[in-house]
Design a protein around this ligand. Structure first.
Ligand code: ADP
Length: 704
């Protein structure tokens, strides 16, 4: 609040007064005239000035114009000018200016007091009053001059205003306009004191003395909320402020939200009055909230769609087959890497590359045309085979394409997904399969002919086998017959030879005896051969059955030794037998075991010139196998002959000049007999080191 100037200000020069005079002459209303005087005086004196006048022509009722005064000061002065009992009331009729002290008014309107100068025609009642914030009691000449100029003019203009009732004064018009505004509009002092409120604002913020307690409480709450919001920034500064203020509907008690736009109308020493316009944004707030919610949902959906797209991209790229997504008009929207290799060209692609891609696009376009257009509305998928070009090499790529329509919620076509499948491998496989079939049918034909040949051969072999069997049986029969036929006369020859040698027919000369001895020896050899052939034929003809008995090996070996004793005695060899302790009894064909051991021992004695022959027997408990070994220190047998000597008529030395006699049938008979016992004959030998022949056979034979 500016204090009244302590000293009378300098007087205005003639030029300044002329400006005011010209200004006043141009005024067409009392308010304009009052404003011109107030502004001029404020400028000249530097003091706050107000012009109090009739009605509501100014911003504040009773105050036509003011400078340097707050809204509250204007309102207080305006009221004082209009009230009949105030300190200003006498100035309506009494001419002449007078200084009024501050305490002449309630509320300490101007702390230093002010000059009150009535305005009007000389001799007539004042139509207005100038209040100039200067200390009294003298009236500065500028003030007096301005009052003398403006007074008559104001009187005339006031009368003229009154004569033209249809033409409202601008401030009154303004009030009506403000009242007609659908939003609440208020004028307040900076502290929130209400100066003016239109109808809408009154409904929210004013309660008459006859208001209900509920409404009074709601209005009181609204006033408090309004003042607090105003204090946040609406009442200070110079700019326009926008704030939100929550109020209560005093009638229905509903929560309301208003946007408060405050505009301070500044006086030189600070805001004089604050214009507040409230706009009901309750619905807007709700709508904004709903909008925010839908925006949030939209963003979430967008995010979801983005991540879905990203996932789709990754899925598409992970598929090895080319995939293309087309829009409803057939344009390619998306494709994975394998599809790009066929349908996209890099920047550096050459002419041939681009030509092949275009050809592929053409083929794809005509393939898709089966799904596009109204004629194909009922077709949801299309499958066909295309031969595309590899854009890099130009090689044909046989493909199977399968396209599916993607439809929206309303059944409308939203896109087409086409998946290609490379058929190169399938075709190659089919070609190979065809080839395999050809080869296998060729093979089948060959196998058939070979089988027929084989069957023929088999038949031949079978016949030959039968013939051989028959021949063998005939041979065996022949040999058996012949052996018998040979043995009978041979035995007679040997008997008679023996009788002659024993001198039954008289003494013989030494040459006769020598010849007869040779006949006897050759005859015996022949008998031996015949006996062995007979054995073989009997075995082969199945005419040598097993005679199983219980016997001990010890007795058997003693018998063998006894039989061989004359030959052992003739040789210069040491012959020993050794039997393992506790040999078990044997259940097998005793005669056959004896014949084998006799044969092995006879060979050992025959093929050993010096050293020894050792006969031993042992038993393997775990396997139940008995072994009788005949070990000599003789000439031994080369590995190459060790198998051969077990065959019929085979000898190591089979030359006519051989040193050893024999038939070559002994070991083959031994092997056959051992087989009949369920056993075998083994050999360990090396030339010059001697040989060991072993008969292995089960302790208990099984009848076959
Ligand atoms: P043979 O003794 O009547 O010739 P074998 O069938 O008994 O007929 O024997 C076949 C051949 O095996 C003999 O001719 C001989 O060459 C060889 N042979 C057999 N036993 C012995 C042995 N203990 N030491 C060396 N050679 C042997």
């Amino acid at each position: 609040m500016a204090s009244p100037a302590p000293l009378p200000p300098a007087e205005a020069d003639a030029g300044a007064r002329l400006v005011l005079a010209e200004h006043l002459l141009a005024c067409e209303s009392a308010v304009a005239c009052a404003r011109a005087v107030v502004e001029w005086l404020s400028r000249q004196t530097g003091a706050p000035v107000a012009c109090l006048g009739p009605g509501d022509g100014g911003t504040v009722p009773g105050c036509l114009a003011s400078e340097g005064l707050t809204g509250a000061q204007q309102a207080a002065l305006g009221r004082a000018w209009e009230e009949p009992d105030s300190a200003l009331a006498p100035f309506h009729t009494r001419p002449g200016a007078r200084w009024l002290a501050a305490d002449a008014f309630e509320g300490n309107v101007l702390p230093g007091g002010f000059l009150a100068v009535p305005l009007g025609r000389p001799g007539a009642p004042a139509v207005a009053l100038l209040a100039v914030g200067l200390s009294g009691p003298g009236v500065p000449r500028d003030v007096a001059w301005a009052a003398s100029c403006a007074g008559p003019l104001l009187a005339r203009l006031t009368a003229s205003d009154a004569r033209t009732p249809r033409r409202l004064e601008p401030d009154r018009l303004l009030r009506r306009v403000i009242n007609a505004v659908s939003d609440p509009v208020l004028l307040t002092d900076p502290e929130g004191g209400l100066l003016f409120a239109n109808g809408r604002a009154e409904a929210l913020l004013v309660a008459g003395p006859d208001a209900s307690p509920g409404r009074a409480r709601a209005v009181e709450l609204n006033q408090r909320l309004f003042r607090e919001t105003l204090a946040q920034g609406g009442a200070t500064g110079t700019g326009v402020h926008r704030l939100e203020v929550p109020l209560v509907d005093p009638v229905e008690g509903m929560d309301l939200l208003f946007e408060l736009v405050t505009t301070p109308v500044l006086a030189p020493d600070g805001p004089a009055v604050v214009v507040s316009v409230l706009r009901n944004v309750t619905d807007l707030g709700r709508a904004a909230q709903a909008l925010g919610e839908s925006d949030r949902r939209l963003r979430a959906t967008e995010r979801e769609a983005r991540s879905e797209r990203h996932r789709l991209d990754r899925v598409l790229d992970s598929v090895a087959d080319p995939i293309i997504l087309s829009d409803p008009s057939g344009g390619m929207v998306m494709m994975n890497d394998p599809a790009e290799r066929l349908f996209a060209w890099p920047r550096e692609a050459g002419e041939a590359f681009m030509r092949r891609v275009r050809a592929n696009e053409g083929l794809f376009g005509s393939f898709l045309s089966h799904l596009l257009g109204p004629d194909n509305a009922g077709v949801s998928r299309w499958k066909s085979q295309l031969t595309l070009d590899d854009p890099t090499s130009g090689a044909p790529v046989p493909m199977e394409a399968m396209a599916n329509k993607v439809v929206g919620d309303q059944g409308e076509l939203t896109g087409i997904v086409t998946v290609f499948h490379d058929r190169t491998e399938v075709l190659e496989r089919a070609r190979l399969l065809e080839r395999v079939k050809e080869v296998s049918s060729e093979l089948e034909a060959r196998v058939l002919s070979a089988t027929a040949e084989l069957a023929e051969q088999n038949e031949k072999l079978r016949r030959q086998a039968i013939q051989l069997e028959q021949a063998s049986a005939a041979k065996s029969q022949f040999l058996a017959n012949m052996s018998h036929e040979f043995r009978t006369p041979l035995n007679a020859i040997l008997g008679y030879t023996n009788m002659l040698l024993q001198g039954v027919s008289g003494e013989m000369t030494p040459p006769q005896r020598r010849n007869l001895t040779r006949i006897d020896s050759n005859g015996r050899h022949l008998l031996e051969v015949i006996n062995e052939i007979l054995d073989i034929t009997r075995i082969e003809a199945g005419r040598m059955p097993l005679h199983l008995t219980d016997f001990g090996l010890s007795e058997l070996l003693q018998e063998v030794m006894a039989e061989m004793d004359p030959i052992i005695a003739r040789s210069k060899l040491t012959v020993e037998t050794h039997l393992e302790e506790g040999l078990p009894g044997v259940w097998t064909d005793r005669q056959k075991v004896k014949q084998i051991v006799l044969n092995l021992l006879s060979n050992a004695l025959k093929f050993t010139h010096e050293g020894s022959v050792h006969v031993s027997a042992e038993y393997q408990n775990g396997t139940g196998i008995l072994s009788i070994s005949v070990k000599d220190t003789g000439i031994g047998i080369d590995v190459s002959n060790q198998e051969k000597i077990f065959e019929d008529f085979q000898q190591v030395d089979s030359s006519p000049t051989r040193a050893y006699g024999g038939t070559g049938l002994g070991l083959s008979i031994c092997r056959r007999l051992a087989t009949m016992l369920g056993g075998r004959v083994s050999l360990q030998s090396s030339p010059g080191q001697g040989s060991t022949f072993t008969l292995h056979f089960p302790r208990r034979a099984r009848r076959t």
